[in-house]
Design a protein around this ligand. Structure first.
Ligand SMILES: C[S@@+](CC[C@H](N)C(=O)[O-])C[C@H]1O[C@@H](n2cnc3c(N)ncnc32)[C@H](O)[C@@H]1O
Ligand SMILES: O=C(c1ccccc1)c1ccc(O)c(O)c1[N+](=O)[O-]
Ligand SMILES: [Mg+2]
Length: 214
């Protein structure tokens, strides 16, 4: 039977990247998406903005919502201080299987905990399952209608502290209007928009960075 796009992306990584070299894995995926098949990775332009925010925050606790094939997971994990791990949530088992292989190919498996399941189910379990009190950095990149309910879940579960940074992809395309309205009008967040483009296209998109004020 025909392979899936994530499987073809994994093959491209195995063919064109160097084992243990995260940058080569990132470049191989971007090359595949620009020259073979578009895929919903955060991409190189928005990925550079992600890199700069992660570097600025230098987080000790990190959560990613939406792993897909692990492209942004690799981008984030390669920048973390020694001993720091990130938790990434993915509810599609086929995607999770590919992501584990791409993360391992980059040599970053010891810096990543990939948890299979939905954010709604897993977020309330994080404190007890992973011994986390609060997150320093959260990357939101799952289905866009889940951004608002999940940020409210973070508040309810006490997973945010004064200064926690949330970075949300696709706030323009496909868009997360209710989430934007919430973080831009709530007195509990200080938000800033980083303009860019939908990965591998000329369509307008961008990232919204929101700092929890406590
Ligand atoms: C845009 S892709 C993630 C791309 C990835 N962050 C990157 O930049 O390489 C969105 C992913 O989120 C997953 N997803 C969507 N809603 C979810 C939820 N509520 N809980 C867990 N995973 C979810 C989808 O299965 C999909 O793999
Ligand atoms: O929703 C889509 C989408 C919609 C329609 C067709 C393909 C993808 C999408 C597009 C770009 C993204 O960066 C992204 O994170 C997503 N996503 O699924 O979460
Ligand atoms: Mg996205």
């Amino acid at each position: 039977t025909r392979s899936t796009r994530p499987q073809r992306m994994l093959k491209a990584v195995q063919k064109n990247a160097t084992k243990g070299n995260p940058q080569s894995v990132i470049s191989a995926i971007d090359y595949f998406c620009k020259n073979s098949e578009w895929a919903m990775n955060v991409g190189d332009e928005k990925g550079s903005i992600l890199d700069s925010v992660v570097t600025e925050v230098n987080p000790s606790t990190v959560l990613e919502l939406g792993t897909y094939c692990g492209y942004s997971t690799v981008r984030i994990a390669r920048l973390l201080s020694p001993g720091t791990k990130l938790i990434t949530l993915e509810f599609n088992p086929a995607y999770a299987t590919v992501a584990r292989q791409i993360i391992a190919y980059a040599g970053l498996q010891d810096k990543v905990t990939l948890v299979e399941g939905s954010s709604a189910d897993l977020i309330p379990q994080i404190k007890e399952r992973f011994g986390i009190t609060t997150f320093d950095f959260i990357f939101l990149d799952h289905w866009k209608d889940r951004y608002l309910p999940d940020i409210k879940l973070f508040e309810e579960c006490g997973l945010l502290r004064k200064g926690s940074v949330l970075l949300a992809d696709n706030v323009i395309c496909p868009g997360a209007p209710e989430y934007l309205e919430y973080v831009r009008n709530s007195p509990r967040y200080e938000s800033r928009y980083y303009p860019a483009h939908l990965e591998y296209t000329k369509a307008e998109d961008g990232l919204e960075k929101s700092v929890f004020l406590g």
